[in-house]
Design a protein around this ligand. Sequence first.
Ligand code: SF4
Length: 936
Amino acid sequence: MTETRSTCPYCGVGCGVLIEHDGQRITGVRGDPDHPANAGRLCTKGATLHLTAAESVQQQTRLLAPMQRTRRGVAPHTVDWDSALDDAAERLAAIHQQHGADAIGVYVSGQLLTEDYYVFNKLVKGLLGTNHIDTNSRLCMSSAVAGYKATLGADAPPCSYEDFAHADTVFITGSNLAWAHPILMRRLEDARRARPQQKWIVADPRRTETAEMADLHLALKPGSDVALYHGLLHLLLAQGLTEPAYIAAHTTGFEALAERVRAFPPAETARLTGLAEADLHTAARWFGESPATLSLYCQGLNQSSHGTDNNAALINLHLATGQIGRPGAGPFSLTGQPNAMGGREVGGLANLLSAHRDLANPAHRAEVAQLWGLPSVPATPGRTAIEMFQAAADGAVKALWIVCTNPAQSLPDQTLVRRALERAEFVIVQEAFATTVTCAYADLLLPATTWGEKDGTVTNSERRISRVRAALPPAGEARHDWAIAADLGRRLAARIAPARIALFPYTTPESVWNEHRDSTRGRDLDITGLSYARLEEQGPQQWPCPEGAREGRSRLYADGVYPTADGRARFADVSLSPLAEAPDAAYPFSLLTGRLRDQWHGMSRTGLLGRLYGHEGLPAIDLAPADMDRLGLHDGDLVRVASRRGTLVLPARARDELPAGQAFIPMHWGEEVLSGHDDQGRTLNGVNALTTPAFCPKSKQPELKHAAVAIEKVVLPWRLSAMAWLPADQALAVREQLRPLLKAFGWASLLPFGREPDAQGRVGLVLRAAATAPVEAALLATARRLLALEGPEVLRYRDDAQAQDRALRVQRTADGATHLQGFWLAGDASGEAWLRALLDSDEALPGPARLLLAPGGLAQALMGDAATPASPQVCTCFNVREDTIRATLGGCAGSPAERLAALMGALRCGTNCGSCLPTLRRLTKEVPVRQVPAAA
Ligand code: SF4
C-alpha cells in the first residue's frame, strides 16, 4: 500500500486527503495532517471517499467508455473514442457553420480542475468565437463575485481560515456552516475554545445547527438580508461605532449610503426583518465594538434575485467599521464547490476573461487575444446558466455540451430544463458517472476521470491552490476532462478554423497550468511565483504569489489600497428589492432549500453510500408544528407541494426550527431518489421542479434558496414499502433498473441503506411508494424480482380482495437460525418501521418467519420485541444513534464539557470526523443527568 496526497473533491474548504491504494484499488483515505486547510481532519463526506471509489461501486456507476444514442429514448451503445470525438466535431462544426457560434452552449462545473476549466474556456472563447460558456458555479458563487467587484474592486476573498482564530465577533449569515462546511466549523469551535470572548451571531431564517450554537440567532424573514445590514449600519452610525478615518482615507460613496440607511431605524428594521429591536442593538454592538469582526457567508446571500446587493450591503458594514485587512476581520465568502475559485480565476464564465479580466474592457480582451495568439476574442457577454437553457428551450441554442454537472437535477425550473434538453439537436454529456439523470438526455456520452484519477489543481475559499493527484489510472476508457476538450478542440478546429489547431498544444495538466499561470502576470491574482514543482515542495499556496515572493498573501487590503481606479473601496448604495416570489394567497408558504450534513449536491457520489443516508434517510419536507396542525398533518403524511412551475409529492414532518409559514426541502433530492407522477401523468422531477429561475440582474445567479409554494395533504391510500439486502456488486445496478419504475407511482423514493462494506458483502435498497390504487401487477413483479423478493425461496401472503401483498426473504444459517434479508409490504405498509429494525439488526428471528407475514402490528405482537425501531443516526462514522446517546448522557455527570467528554469516551461518537459534534453538544444541553434514588 502507498499513500498519494490529493484534495477532497466536495466542498470549497479544500481539505487535503491522503489516498491509500495499491495502484489498482483505493483502500482508504485520511485527512492530510500537513494540509493547512484541515490539518488532518475530514468530515463524513471526505472520510468516506474511498468507499465511493470501491471497485464494486465504480463498476456499477461509472461511465467506462464513450457511448452514443442513435435516437433519444433508446439505450446508448459503445463507440470508440475516435468515432465519438469525430462525430462530436462533425456535428458541432455543422451547427457552427449553419447557425453560428452562438448556437452552441457549453455548461461546465465548479468540480472541474483549473486545468480543465482553462482549456474549455479557451475552446469556447478562442476557437468557437463566442462567450457561451457558463458553469454551475453560477448557481452558487456569482453573487459573491459581483459583490466583491462592486465594492472592493476585484473578485478576491480578503481573508484566510487563520482569521477564525483572531476574530472576536463572527457574523455567520446565510450559511449553515455546521453542515455545509463542517471542517471550518471545527476550526471555529477551536477558535472559540481558545478565545472564550469570541461571540457568534448567526442570521438565518431557520434555527439550524449553526444557529443553535450561536450567542445570538437572528431569525430574519427570508429575503430581508439587505434590510438587516442597512439597519445595523444605521445603529453603528447612531452609536458612533463606524470608523470615519478609515472611511475618509480608503473609500468612496459613504455619504449616499449613510443617507439611505437613515430610513432604517430599529423599529423599521424590526418590521422589515421580523427581528426584535433588542437583538438588532446587540448585533450592532457586537459587530462594531469588537476589535475584530469576521463575516462568513454563503448561499443564503448568493442564491437570491438580489444576491449581489446582499453581498455588497454586508461588505458595506466592514468598510464602514474598518473591519477589513486586519487579523480576524473581513467579509469572507465561503465557496460551495471545490474549485469555484479556479473557474473564476481562468474566467470560465460567460462574462469573465482569463485571470480576472473583464469581458467589457477592450484592453483586457486585447491582452487575452495576445496571450492566445489571436486577433481578437469576442466582446459580447455569453448566455449564463439560466439564459443558456432558456435559449435551448426556445430553439436558439442547438447544441449543449454539459461537463461534470447534472443540470436535470440542479438547475431551477426543471420543466424548462427538460424542455431545453429535449429540444437541443445535439447534447454531449461528459461525465464520470453514468447514473445522473442528465445522462438520459445525451446523444453522446464521453467518459471522464474523477477523484482518485484526476491530476491538476484546485483553489479553495481562502485562495489556496492545492494539487489534486491521481492514485489510480483512469477507470475503463475514461480520459481527463482537459484532454477531452483539447482533443475535441483540435478536431473541431480542423473543421472550422484550421489555423487554430495550435490553440491546444497541451500534453500534460502542468503544460495547461503554466499557460494559465503566465496569464496572471501583473493581475490581482498573480501566481507567477508558483509552479507545480513549488507546490510539490512547499505544499498548497495562496494567491497572489508573484514571481520572487517567498509566500502567498494570506490577507488582502492590509494597506487599505483596493484594486480600483483610485485605489479606494466603494460603498454600495443598494436599495431594497423584493424576493422574486413573495408568498401570496395562492402560494402561501416560503419554501427554503439547503444542504444536508452528509450529502453533496446532486449526490452522484455521496448518494451511492447507504451509510451517508443514516443521518437523513427520507426525502421529506419540514414544516413548523403549527402548520402541520393547521393542515391536519401527522409526521409521515404525504403532501403535494406546488409552485408556479411544478409539483412534488413527499412526506411532511414537523420541525420546530422553522417558524410558521416556512418550509424546507434539502437541495439534494432529485429525480434519481424522489419521483412519481402528477394528476396528468407527468413525471415529478425532484426539488428543483419547484424552484424559480428568476435571477439577480447583476450576477445572473438564480434564487434557488426561495420559492412561494402551496402545500396540501394528499391521500394515496395504497402504500408500498420494500427493503432488501443485495450483493454489493449488484445493488447499485439494481437501483438503476428500478429507477424508471418510480414514475408509475403517485410518490416514490429509492435509496441505498446500510453500512458498506458490510461484513457479508451486502448493500441495502429501500423503495417506498404510494398510489391511489395498486399499480400494474407486472411492474410490481419486476420490482420484486429486482429486489430478490420473488421466487420459490420467498415467503408470500396475498389477499387480492383486500389489495394486500406481503413477501419475505429469509436466510437460514449453519446454526439453524433464520435472518430476515428483505421484505415487501404492499397495500398496508404500516409494519415497515418494525421490520426495518429487524432487518437492520440482523439478529436471528425469535420465531417462525411466516409469522412476519401477519399485518403490521400483529406480526410484531406474534414475534415479540425482537427489535426496536432505530432512532436517528447521529454519528455516521461509528453508527451511534440518538437513543443510545440520550441513554448514555443520562449517566454522565459534571460540566457540559465533562459530560461531552464522557459521552465521547463511552461511545466514540464525535471522535473521528466531528461532523456530529454540534448535535452532541445540543443533546448534552438537552438531556438531564439521571437522578439516582437515594439509598434507603
Ligand atoms: Fe471535503 Fe468535508 Fe473538507 Fe468539505 S469539509 S473539503 S466535504 S472533507
